[in-house]
Design a protein. Structure first.
Length: 592
């Protein structure tokens, strides 16, 4: 069923007053927004195309991109409701021969309708990946690789990771998949040491230029931290030479790696004519990478650069258009099977959370509910229709906020930062009674009542113990979208400061413009992070945001325990509903 918006307000900004015809009917029904309509009409005027069925098709393509799809299948979009859908027979072919297509506003391929930009980007990603897959493989010293891999991944317990690292060393492109805690970054650390050792021992010894990157600053920082921990933990097979060769590693966001430009949101300083200098590029959390960013990355990477794309294809996809990682896994598995490798044994959490995650991957709603309701202390479910459930959740959040306020007010920074990562409430929605904003406001109101203060955006915005989430990149301050921190009052200081992510830098509150309170957060924004204990608040079963990918992503943020606050019907709806994103990339990669 096609997702619609609902409103009782005739002045809703998504409605176009007085609009008739097909576009008016679909706008009034909540299928198209005013932005979709105005874009299609303006493009129709520029192209000289006034057929309302063709304008509707273009508006649906605009809508598809807004909902995360890069194209639309006009033959399958009608869902049998009472709307005046055009006859799907030949509809897309009519668009393909229209003035829209002649003006390169839209493109049709494999009977899928694209806006021109996404058609070009999808084709570019396909061409670049095929070119890399068909290129002659890198020349390697097989004996040295085997010996170094045996040293860096010793024993039978590391056999899977050793095989993945060796495969990646022998090819230009590798897609490394696996759920949270399966050892992906440990494998990456070993791979980098393996490649660095080979480069140092070759006939022309050199130091590898390595880039570690991720879509968000938080994910990039976690990648770097995980690689360093793998090198330095007790019993690590890394020797002093490995640590010296990799000691200068840094990590950054993809925007910063590619060279952010203030004059463009989709173009960067590095491109096909000014490629990145690195010998190895590792991208973590690839499931969060949009089609546009993948296109910009691939055109910026040299042909002789090893590219390692790391991620979990079962997680939520990018908030922008595309489902790139899932498409790469499905498409490259047909064209270049060796390029897709996976790890399955989890080390982050115990058997209970791991079993729940596997049941979600399998789409087995009965098994998911059985595990949630089995009484295991690591995994549980609470019914939100029971008054005591939400009361207990409020008290847990307020108790943590209360303790956080005390620690931060006393200048106990490290303890405050650690406490902020102990428990996290994850919401499917941003707004509404099940949304993160609502719960943040509740916690601030209740904490304020205890303290005799009026906390929140309309009262005292900043207070000791306010946890914050950075929502945009600030290259001047070195802060990135996804970074988290706590507002503290340093010992002996009068003014509040914000400490982000354990950094020694404390920022004045006046310097932080794009931040949100973090007593609760959306599941989308939690990607790339983790907490010891996670509570997942699901909306009613009719919510279109309720999907298997959302619940899986939320559950796998926990390391110690997870509580799902949801009715049985909501859990079943989540498990049985998949994210539907139209894309032709998988088919393009798999076909000749």
């Amino acid at each position: 069923m096609i997702e619609r918006f609902e409103t009782d307000d005739p002045h809703d900004h998504r409605l176009v007053p007085g609009l008739g015809g097909l576009l008016g009917a679909f706008n009034a029904a909540g299928v198209l927004t005013a932005a979709d309509v105005h874009t299609a009409e303006r493009l129709g005027e520029l192209a000289g195309e006034d057929d309302e069925r063709l304008r509707l098709a273009v508006a649906l393509a605009v809508r598809a991109a807004r909902h995360g799809s890069v194209c639309v299948d006009l033959s399958a979009i009608a869902d049998g409701d009472d709307l005046p859908w055009p006859d799907p027979t030949g509809w897309v072919q009519e668009v393909a021969s229209s003035r829209y297509a002649a003006a390169s506003v839209v493109r049709v391929e494999h009977d899928l309708l694209y806006l021109d930009r996404y058609w070009r980007e999808e084709g570019q990603v396909r061409d670049d990946l095929v070119r890399r897959a068909e290129a002659a493989p890198p020349v390697v010293d097989e004996a040295l690789l085997a010996a170094e891999a045996a040293r860096l991944f010793p024993g039978e317990g590391s056999a899977d990771q050793r095989a993945v690292a060796l495969a990646a060393a022998r090819q230009w492109t590798t897609v490394l998949t696996g759920g949270p805690g399966t050892g992906k970054t440990t494998t990456v650390a070993g791979l980098l040491a393996l490649l660095a050792a080979e480069a140092a021992a070759g006939p022309d010894p050199r130091e590898l230029r390595i880039a570690l990157t991720a879509p968000t600053g938080k994910a990039a920082a976690r990648l770097l931290e995980s690689v360093r921990v793998a090198q330095q933990r007790e019993g690590s097979p890394f020797d002093a030479a490995d640590r010296e060769r990799l000691g200068s590693l840094t990590a950054t966001t993809m925007h910063r790696l590619l060279g952010w430009r203030p004059d463009s949101g989709t173009r960067f300083r590095h491109h096909r004519g000014n490629t990145l200098p690195h010998d190895v590029v590792v991208v973590d959390e690839t499931s969060m990478v949009s089609l546009t960013m993948m296109a910009r990355l691939l055109e910026s990477v040299r042909a002789d650069t090893r590219l390692v794309l790391v991620g979990d294809p079962d997680q939520l996809a990018s908030v922008e258009a595309g489902a790139v990682l899932a498409d790469l896994v499905g498409g490259l598995a047909v064209r270049a099977p060796a390029a897709v490798t996976g790890l399955t044994t989890t080390h982050r959490y115990g058997a209970a959370i791991g079993g729940l995650a596997q049941a979600l991957r399998d789409g087995d709603a009965d098994e998911v509910l059985s595990r949630l309701d089995a009484g295991d202390p690591e995994v549980g479910r609470a019914d939100p229709e029971e008054p005591a459930t939400l009361a207990a959740l409020r008290e847990r959040l307020v108790a943590q906020a209360r303790e956080l306020h005390a620690l931060a007010g006393a200048g106990r920074v490290e303890e405050a930062l650690a406490l902020a990562e102990q428990h996290r409430l994850l919401c499917a929605h941003r707004d509404g009674p099940h949304g993160a904003r609502h719960w943040n406001a509740q916690v601030e109101r209740l904490l304020g009542e205890e303290l005799g203060l009026y906390l929140g955006p309309l009262g005292q915005e900043w207070y000791a113990g306010r946890p914050v989430l950075v929502t945009s990149n600030d290259y001047g301050l070195g802060l990135f979208n996804g970074d988290t921190g706590v507002t503290v009052r340093p010992a002996g200081a009068e003014d509040l400061r914000v400490v982000v992510g354990g950094s020694p830098t404390a920022y004045a509150t006046s310097r932080l413009a794009d931040v949100e309170t973090l007593h609760a957060m959306t599941v989308h924004k939690s990607q790339g992070s983790q907490a010891r204990h996670v509570t997942v608040l699901l909306p009613p079963e009719e919510s279109p945001l309720l999907t298997r990918e959302l619940l899986y992503t939320a559950v796998t943020r926990a390391t110690d325990s997870v509580l799902v606050v949801a009715t049985e019907a909501a859990v079943r709806a989540a498990v049985e509903r998949r994210v539907q994103r139209a894309s032709g990339l998988r088919q393009r990669l798999a076909s000749d």
